[in-house]
Ligand binder design. Structure first.
Ligand code: BGC
Length: 776
């Protein structure tokens, strides 16, 4: 008995810490014990970032701004007493953004510029995106960061959104699958991702205040759906809440969004990180489930502490966020004590970047098999962009890369001979232009750049070049980025670009030579009015630092193009129904930081009514206006041809499985993409004529080779959202699986039946009646 009493006494003595005893430690002690031991101040420190250089100045939370990795976006606060390290978060999403140079060091810290999100989506190849993610994640790890702030997953609602290049598609399934693949790839390296910007951050104009007024159906079917897929299939460590509001409240303060949907419905277990700087109501943020406030300000710590003391914020809400933060910290390389090499294999990553870039380039036109170009042929290369290419967009998504391979260099590397008179002329013209722009460019910020404007060339000059060359390449570029939506003029070729194209085509066609247009763009431009002029058009997108080599790989036929458009190319931007509710040509202050901006009450700035509802991209064009399409969603040509045979559909439990054999019947090796749309029977709700439900891409098939592709979708994927009962509803009846080469080119139709089902979800994010009334 005495021994038992003694044991109880010893156990009691060990479990009750004496005054001044050691604190529980992360990794050694259970998380709940750490939470129980923390003061409210310590908890608050953990939920507020350690600020950002030049942001909170001397008053940073920890008394200093942590500069663990120069050029990173922010750090979390360490609490040494509990064994909690600071962790580092850096941008994304086209590569890691850190400073390439450090004071007093001669070595460099360059990162690989990978292709932009829109190009990745054009690959329709989840495995390629995963490979790209793994290379990117490795740089995050080896440069000592813990989380990269990407992928960007907002929907291309309108072609002029300045950040579309960072995002994937107008379609939520394609976006979700790409996002999930990127998350899996990056996180395979033991570092985290931040799926952003959650949600409905579809314009840059007055982005800090904009209230996106959206129906519950459009939210559920379009704007949230891709995020849901990425979260369930990718399991990101973090999600970034956006700056904007949805139907009233800011997303960062919205518990319905950050807890009810994200965690209760989708089962998300990671942390929510606020987008940078747009400070909100701290108490509301924590209550909503926005676990980490970045980049962090001292006053936010005080607000949390004061909130708890005054009873406006329950300590249990704080504890939930702190618990999730501790779970996050446990996974990080810093906590695991990983020693970064500071020397990722940039060479191998450049190869990955090049390979993925080729897989996402989209061939729009190829009359009389103009492409591929004959190896070693003489090319006259026009357009300033060909000599000064665009690797990616600007702003947070800019990457400090070691070099950029321009198109002229890529073509030379591929063995083409470039017309020297043309190249010399551009060299002189651009050197002159660069001098004129040097003052502006010295002030550039996060990759912004003033490019030398295009120049027209005389018919005499062009006639001589046509006589000397086998073919002409004309390259046009477009850039955009964070803070500003694209001006409407950006959608069209400028007068000089058009004049150049027309005169090059006239001169070369007169000499019996072909003209190829290369579009080094980050977003959609107008093509309908000029697409018949050149013989071939290749959308090379913004292919990262190896763009020139990757484009040459496709032009030379080393790789057959296999990209497909992840968005519609309309005849005009105004054909998109969202155009009437998009801030066209607003050139406000950069970022519009001020909450009291006068534009706040103005339609499409302070608030935007998503009147077009679910009718985004091909959902609208294929159903109501196919004649307004220049190139449809999913479109893209190859150098080879494929036969589609043995199509079949079967149902296995809750899953439909479609198989199709694709056979390369042409003369080049190539890859085929199969897009599976479903047309629903007529039901209660108006539905698009077809919606993408699955897709697959073959491996590279040699001429004569074939592959049996399998495409799957769940019966739940057929649902539309019925706001009246707050449920995803599948109508009973006859459906059609439509296998196509684009949203407007269906090749095989397979009928199947579905039983009705109703899946209730929470009746949240309700629009107020102001959705259609335009009053604030
Ligand atoms: C951007 C985010 C970015 C963050 C950190 C914000 O301005 O919207 O995409 O991750 O800054 O740099």
């Amino acid at each position: 008995m005495k021994r038992v009493l003694l044991l109880i006494l010893v156990f009691w003595a060990l479990s009750v810490p004496a005054a001044g005893a050691e604190k529980p430690c992360l990794g050694r002690d259970p998380i709940r014990k750490i939470v129980a031991a923390m003061t409210v101040e310590e908890k608050a420190m953990l939920l507020v970032g350690a600020s950002m250089e030049g942001y909170a100045g001397d008053g940073a939370v920890t008394g200093r701004t942590l500069k663990l990795v120069p050029g990173s976006a922010g750090t979390t606060c360490p609490l040494e007493a509990y064994g909690i390290p600071a962790t580092v978060m850096a941008d994304g999403p086209a590569g890691l953004r850190i400073d390439p140079h450090r004071t007093d060091e001669t070595r460099t810290y360059f990162c690989t510029a990978f292709p932009i999100g829109t190009l990745l989506a054009s690959t329709w190849d989840e495995a390629a995106i995963e490979r790209c993610g793994a290379a990117m994640g490795n740089e995050v790890l080896e440069y000592g960061c813990d989380v990269i702030l990407g992928p960007g997953m907002n929907i291309h609602r309108h072609p002029l959104c300045g950040r579309n290049f960072e995002y994937y598609s107008e379609d939520p399934l394609l976006s979700g699958k790409c996002g999930a693949a990127m998350v899996r790839g990056i996180q395979s390296q033991g570092v985290g991702t931040s799926v952003k910007h959650f949600a409905a951050n579809n314009q840059e104009s007055l982005r800090l205040q904009n209230d996106a007024r959206i129906s519950q159906r459009a939210l559920r079917e379009i704007y949230l759906r891709g995020f849901g897929i990425a979260i369930r299939e990718g399991r990101p460590w973090t999600v970034m809440s956006s700056y904007n509001r949805i139907n009233g409240p800011y997303t960062q303060e919205n518990r319905e969004l950050l807890t009810t949907i994200l965690r209760d419905e989708w089962g998300y277990e990671g942390i929510v990180v606020s987008d940078w700087i747009g400070r909100r109501n701290t108490v509301a943020q924590i209550h909503a489930g926005n676990d980490l406030l970045m980049p962090g300000e001292p006053v936010q710590v005080e607000e949390i502490v004061e909130g708890v003391r005054s009873g406006r914020l329950s300590e249990s809400d704080v504890d939930v966020c702190v618990t999730r933060m501790l779970e996050y910290l446990l996974r990080t390389p810093r906590f695991r004590g990983y020693e970064p090499s500071e020397s990722p294999d940039l060479h191998t990553h450049a190869e990955v970047s090049r390979e993925v870039a080729t897989a996402g380039m989209v061939l729009l036109r190829n009359e009389a098999s103009t492409l591929p170009l004959t190896p070693g042929s003489q090319l006259a290369v026009f357009g300033v962009n060909a000599y000064d290419g665009i690797a990616g967009g600007t702003g947070a998504g800019h990457v400090n890369k070691a070099y950029m391979v321009d198109l002229d260099e890529g073509l030379r590397n591929a063995g083409f001979v470039l017309n020297s008179r043309t190249a010399d002329l551009y060299a002189k013209y651009m050197a002159f232009g660069d001098v004129l722009l040097s003052e502006q460019n010295a002030r550039r910020f996060l990759g912004e750049k003033w490019y030398v404007p295009e120049t027209a060339l005389t018919p005499e000059f062009l006639a001589l070049r046509a006589a000397e060359s086998d073919a002409a390449i004309v390259s046009f570029g477009r850039n955009s980025g964070e803070y500003n939506d694209r001006p409407t003029s950006d959608f069209y070729l400028t007068e000089t670009e058009r004049a150049l194209l027309e005169s090059v085509c006239a001169a070369f066609h007169a000499a019996g030579k072909r003209v190829v247009v290369v579009l080094n763009i980050g977003g959609v431009i107008e093509t309908a009015s000029w697409k018949e002029l050149p013989d071939a058009i290749l959308v090379s997108w913004q292919g990262g630092q190896e763009a020139g080599n990757a484009t040459a790989d496709v032009l030379s036929g080393k790789v057959s193009p296999s990209g497909r458009l992840p968005m519609t190319f309309p005849t005009d931007y105004s054909d998109h129904p969202s155009s009437v509710n998009f801030p066209l040509d607003y050139r406000g202050r950069r970022g519009d930081w001020a909450d009291d901006a006068p534009e706040r009450k103005v339609r499409n700035l302070g608030f935007t009514c998503y009147e077009e509802d679910i009718w985004i991209g091909y959902r609208y064009f294929s159903t109501y206006a196919p004649e307004r399409v220049s190139y449809p969603f999913g479109y893209g040509l190859s150098y080879t041809d494929f036969d589609w045979t043995e199509a079949s559909i079967g149902r296995f439990g809750r899953e439909y499985v479609v198989t199709l054999r694709v056979t390369n019947t042409g003369e080049f090796a190539g890859r085929e993409v199969v897009e599976l749309y479903v047309a629903a029977p007529k039901g209660d709700l108006v539905k698009p004529i077809r919606e993408l439900r699955a897709f697959a891409k073959s491996r590279e098939l040699r001429p004569g080779e074939s592959e049996l592709l399998t495409l799957r979708f769940a019966s739940d994927d057929l649902a539309s959202f019925d706001e009246r009962i707050s449920a995803f509803v599948v109508d009973e009846g006859g459906y059609m699986a439509e296998l196509g080469r684009s949203a407007d080119d269906i090749v095989v139709r397979l009928p199947f039946g579905a039983r009705s089902s109703v899946r209730k979800v929470h009746d949240v994010l309700k629009p107020r009646e102001f959705l259609q009334t335009f009053e604030y």
